[in-house]
Design a protein around this ligand. Sequence first.
Ligand code: B12
Length: 230
Amino acid sequence: MSRGPVILEQLRAALGVDGVFVRGIVSFGDGEGPLLADGTAAQSVVLLGNIGGSIWIPFSRWWQLPENAGRPDPLDDWSKTVIRPVASSLGATAYFPSDPPWLPFQRWAMQAEGLKASPLGILIHPVYGVWHGYRGALGFADAIENDFAPAFPQHPCDVCVDKPCVTACPVAAVTTAGFDVPSCRSHLRTREGQADCMAGGCLARNACPIGAGYRYPAEQLAFHMAALQL
Ligand code: B12
């Protein structure tokens, strides 16, 4: 019997308490997956991530501990603290989105979950909207049975006529042709940028009507904006 269902069960039990969810599974042909710790190519990658503000309370509790003060990348460090022990208990190789060379997390998510990009560059989920992200992934040498069926009939942005994300950005950094990072960052340094986007979260992201109930809590929005401004 495939050990897929058992692995998924163990992952859900071990990571659910930290608000980290199994987001999907990517299957690869021979030699096409990312490298495992032993130098062979993975046959499958299990994507792990947050849905809405699911990680915020477990992460904040960890971040408030005196030994975790002053870390430059606390969320990345926390993700590793949570995911690495689970990877090693399952004999998997752990990958992290912020570790160079960047692995194609968004491409994997498109394959695994059937998602597509929004004009923000962030993938939009029909239920969670733009309020989700990836905290890590596990590579396995064998095929993991896929119980995720990406069956989203429509890309939410294709049927969104008004595109409020595009019009909400005060410096038009969000365009249907892509996200203008330098314009966004220069605005974030201005007094207006500090008062609107930095304090309340990216106005373009906030304007998306899909999955508004999954919007991150105010502290998490401010945390991500501070990281983006750097
Ligand atoms: C570099 C990077 C950035 C750069 C973007 C530079 C640029 N112009 O491309 C900066 C620092 C600006 C950035 C910003 C943000 N990012 Co970013 N970023 C990354 C990172 C580390 C690497 C992207 C990459 O090149 N991958 C390598 C290629 C090979 O992978 P790929 O999947 O094939 O490539 C996809 C991306 O390049 C994407 N893409 C192209 N242009 C842009 C532009 C932006 C802004 C984004 C987000 C993606 C994107 O298109 C490709 C899909 O085929 C990824 C993590 C990762 N490993 O992918 C996160 C990642 C893409 N970012 C993410 C997020 C959430 C953000 C922010 C919202 C975070 C914040 N602090 O607010 C902002 C976006 C702000 C906004 N208003 O929309 C998430 C997206 C989750 C999702 N739901 O899709 C990721 C996956 C990280 C994560 N932990 O989940 N990001």
